[in-house]
Design a protein around this ligand. Structure first.
Ligand code: PNS
Length: 163
């Protein structure tokens, strides 16, 4: 039986912290879907198609091995995507107790909705301070984002911010 998992998120943009979790999850499952989901609680910077493209490039550039599919989902519940692709597990990275508190209700609701379990992975502590929101802020204010994001994302943000 194939072990299929989904790593969901806003990925606005994908960071080195995300990439670390994607690489760890790719080593644990036969097939991994990295799914860009529109989060209505957040003001987006990048169009969803651009976020998908940057994840694809970052995964390829980092040489992450495994069957990795990058997709987007805006048709309803995330667990419906999981059911569609035969995934029984969601994977989330947790950097802190704040992340655990944010993720716990979603994990329990997703289990109630469709029996989809959530697996929490601990990222490299070196990335514990990295978040998409901080990257967006640093980029908007003209700072150097290269320590926090894959090179493809740094290039994209540098070009977008100098337009
Ligand atoms: O990167 P983010 O913004 O923290 O990701 C949050 C996300 C997109 C994973 C979360 O908002 C989500 O799961 N949205 C899907 C909508 C859904 O299924 N909601 C009901 C169960 S939580």
């Amino acid at each position: 039986m194939q072990r299929i998992a989904v790593v969901p998120g806003s990925f606005d943009p994908v960071t080195l912290g995300h990439l670390d979790v994607i690489a760890r999850a790719a080593g644990l499952y036969d097939e991994l879907h990295v799914v860009v989901v529109h989060n209505p609680d957040k003001t987006a910077l990048l169009p969803i198609a651009q976020r998908v493209s940057l994840i694809e490039r970052a995964v390829a550039d980092a040489g992450i091995e495994g069957r990795i599919i990058v997709a987007s989902w805006s048709m309803g519940l995330l667990v419906d995507y999981c059911t569609d692709v035969g995934a029984s597990v969601l994977v989330k990275g947790v950097r802190s107790q704040v992340d655990v508190a944010y993720e716990t209700p979603m994990a329990i609701v997703n289990r109630h909705l469709a029996g989809v379990e959530t697996v929490f992975l601990l990222p490299d502590p070196g990335n514990a301070h990295v978040s998409s929101s901080l990257v967006r802020q640093v980029a908007a204010l003209g700072g150097d984002v290269t320590p926090f994001v894959p090179p493809a994302v740094a290039d994209y943000l540098q070009a977008a911010m100098t337009l």
